[in-house]
Design a binder for this molecule. Sequence first.
Ligand SMILES: [Ca+2]
Ligand SMILES: [Ca+2]
Length: 383
Amino acid sequence: MLKQNIRIILFTLLISACSEAPQNSEASSNEHCQKACCENSRNQHLLDESLNESSITGIDSLHCLYSDSTMKMVYIPEGKYMMGASSPEMALKREFPQHQVKVNAFFMDIHEVTNAQFSAFVAATGYKTIAEQEIDWDVLKKQLPEHTPKPGSDVLQPGSMVFIPTREIYDLIDISQWWRWTKGADWQHPEGPGSSIRGKEEEPVVHICYHDALAYAKWCNKRLPTEAEWEWAARGGLKNKIYPWGNLSVEKGAPKCNYWTGVFPTHNTKEDGYEGIAPIMQYEANGYGLFDMAGNVWEICSDWYDENYYSASNKDKTLDNPKGPQTWNYSLEPNDPKRVVRGGSFLCNDSYCSSYRVSARMPNSQDTGMSHTGFRCVKDIAP
Ligand SMILES: [Ca+2]
Ligand SMILES: [Ca+2]
């Protein structure tokens, strides 16, 4: 009963926030839709009645099978560019206005960090991802409405957000139709208890949150990219284009990335070769030699997400290697710390967020793993 009451409160807040979202422009409407299809935090789902009650299975022994975390990196030259969207077509309010940014040269991983590479990190350090740890009520309660009662320990068990394919939906607001908080889901069990990453060594690691990505990056003596670095790198040397490959629609010509072909979330045609996550490097690299900067899995950046960050920027001034705002600001979930994620995922589709565009950006809860979120790292050039 307690769980049900909290669940209702949380969903009422979510629906209320969604219904109050502005609908008077294409951008704001798209913003609303993206909230529906992609954005998430465990807060709305943790106490869902659809909690998977299965017990957590034993930990896979993939650790130690991979002895290193070697990753080829490429040189990304310094430069100035206009960060943000140049055209309102498919872009969201959060991508405007364009503003000039200067970025120093750096090295970047050529692909998303894989399960094999992450397993080497875990084998070397014993690191446990946030999704593998029991939820800290003292942290969680700060993100919930005041006076929310503490749920039972069964509700605070480790878990993560899993995308569940569905044939039918009743609207595009209630994301619990295709996103489910799943106890026992983590990077080694991407679909929950009973699933594994065997045979998926070359797929990007998922159910990784900001803290996990940061820990991996430090272990590799690397760091997470800033949002400005990520976009500059994704553009691949092209000037003011929509995608890493230019302006040709994602749906035209040969497959260019792993996205959702068909009707989201009910019908996936697999025209790009993959219904779910693809192994790394299945599509052509961009001009800098970077793979999957569009689609496959979202990539965590170091910046806080502030929905007003671009609009508050000084358009007359070139921002020199910006590192983002001082803290987060997201009106739909004001108490849930958000970081920027970039590049879209295998779930993105033109009818919603079209987030495989180089200027697309999304808030992501910094302590929530999801089955479409991973990362790659960068490294400074030694002076
Ligand atoms: Ca696909
Ligand atoms: Ca990606």
